[in-house]
Design a binder for this molecule. Sequence first.
Ligand SMILES: *Cc1c(COP(=O)(O)O)cnc(C)c1O
Length: 368
Amino acid sequence: MTRPFNFSAGPAAIPEEVLTQAAAEMLDWHGSGMGVMEMSHRGKEFLSIYAQTKADFRALMAVPPEFKILFMQGGGLGENAIVPLNLSRGGKIDCVVTGSWSQKSQKEARKYAQVHIAASTEASGYTRLPDPASWDLSSDANYVHICSNETIDGIEFQTLPDLQALGSKAPLVVDFSSHVASRPVDWSKIGLAFGGAQKNLGPAGLTVVVVREDLLGHALDICPSAFNYETVADNQSMYNTPPTFAIYIAGLTFQWLKHQTEGDLHGIAAMEQRNIAKAELLYSAIDQSQLYFNKVDADCRSRMNVPFFLRDESRNDAFLEGAKARGLLQLKGHKSVGGMRASIYNAMPLAGVQALVDYMHAFEKSQA
Ligand SMILES: *Cc1c(COP(=O)(O)O)cnc(C)c1O
């Protein structure tokens, strides 16, 4: 039995090997007589899962020692409040608005900080990235917020901005929810990065925060203790009960990632190579067709989330029905954008993208 290919934007597909192992361990993890969901987070069994998961993430993502890795709850939207509560010092922050998610972030931050929009592409409909050289950065910002992959609009920073080179002394805060672990990260440019797990790391419920140590210790008094980064870090992410099962599944996903290879490459570098090949296959099929199109500038198209439209929108339902009949699931676009969206995260193999492209060709032919 082969499973369908699942193009959901999130919660999204999880590697089949991970699901199979989790199913096998569901009632009895490693002879402990307990499933992971039933364990104390302070017992030696779960502590070993936690330590391994954290160490694997650090190694896979090459996170430098001066950064803390926190496993929290609250998701990306939670972090939109938690970040300003911890880093804004109640003062000014700069936000770069490049799509629906960074737009939500700046709105939420206004409750806790004085928000300055350093650049925005809202007026032109989120189809390109503003050149960092043109950003209006403040001299007194406590941080600069970007979303490095706009999940809804399909826009990705192919390189992170170098704030120092742009004359800003502020740390860069990055929402990397929807492309974390899809490519290497240049930590030298980052102060803090956060991501919900449910796109590329595992199930919903876990939020990974990677924060440079020197940014801890400045939370506003009103910051809930469970969301104070320093408190969370000092308590090894166990100030409150962490999302234990989600951490375990993310841990299995990290083991799976470690074993991925493409030629001489392994781990994240192999994933990046594979993700480039998948994205090229899909975008070139879209660009070469008469029926489908994508609106995003070629130099900032997302490798993970590929929104596309049918020139004849009356065929949308027929397209989705035919896709489902072929085992190609969850291709409907976000309600704010319309059309279609194929999310092709790490768990999507090249064969899944090939199956989608084959179907798109066949559907286009059937319409002629
Ligand atoms: C999905 C997503 C979020 C929101 O995550 P929640 O867990 O629903 O809060 C935030 N930012 C980006 C870029 C996302 O893709």
